[in-house]
Design a protein around this ligand. Sequence first.
Ligand code: PHE
Length: 337
Amino acid sequence: MVWDVETIKRDVAAQVDAAATLDVLDAVRVKFLGKKGVVQEMYAALPAAAPADKKTLGQQANAVKVFVEELMAGRKAILSLQAKGAEAIDVTLPGVAREPGTRHLINQTLEEICDVFERMGFVIQRGPEIETEFHNFTALNIPLDHPSRDAFDTFYLDQNDPDAAGRYLLLRSHTSPGQMRVMRKHKPPLAVIIPGKVYRPDAVDASHSFMFHQIEGLLIDKNVTFADLKGLLTAFCRKFFGEDVKMRFRPHFFPFTEPSAEVDIQSDIFKGKSGKWLEILGCGMVHPKVFEHAGYPSGEYTGLAFGLGVERIAMLKHGIGDIRTFTENDLRFLKQF
Ligand code: PHE
């Protein structure tokens, strides 16, 4: 004699499936696995069975036991989850809304500045953030041993410059290398702005950061003068900060412009320290050496160039006292703009 295992299994499956609560399921467990259950009954019949059937009957009892246990465990998991879910999910609670983000103030300012220059006829160009020493320094009349490299000597990559044996690529320390890239590609007259990130070995404080944004400007034609440079930048500052903006041109030195200047804006964000000026850009007339590196015929063109600091300008315009707030990702700050 052997058991009709298939029928027993079908019977178990039907009852387990039909169990709608954990209590009902437990009653099914007792019925099949309990002391007087079906599986026990199968084991109890073993001693009296014919010796030839014993092995098969034993295997059948084991198989039914495992089958019932597995089915029970599966159904129990489902019923427990349903029981928990009923408590955990309150469908009457309001959902979690994802608010739309806003553009970062730096990007807004960058676009606003570019806008002013685009309306004056400038065209946007981009340069790479990873530069060669040639574009970042040499082409801009900053030779290897020039002391002004110190303030600019920046983050070098562990990667050789494919065009210069033994030299390394670096993160650009200003957007000025973009000047050379544009000049080598296009012939004057040209008027471009080159926005982007730059990197400096500056210790971080309220007005310095090792990474910030600049917008380079370059205008080359015949007979461009320093008066054009002054007029252009004055027009920009009035448009951007308002007609009554207080600005000054302060003589300065850059190896790639001659003469050179820096422009400061008088700011009232440092109230109390009245009369404090904040530098927002460097500028000057393109140096003949730069034209030479660009391959332009000597003496034919003159040009003006400038490099604006975007963070500084955003700080002045919006009364922000600390450059670090731009990168702290505090929504209470970012949402205000
Ligand atoms: N590249 C200079 C700087 O980062 C700024 C500059 C640009 C000066 C163009 C003159 C002309 O400080």
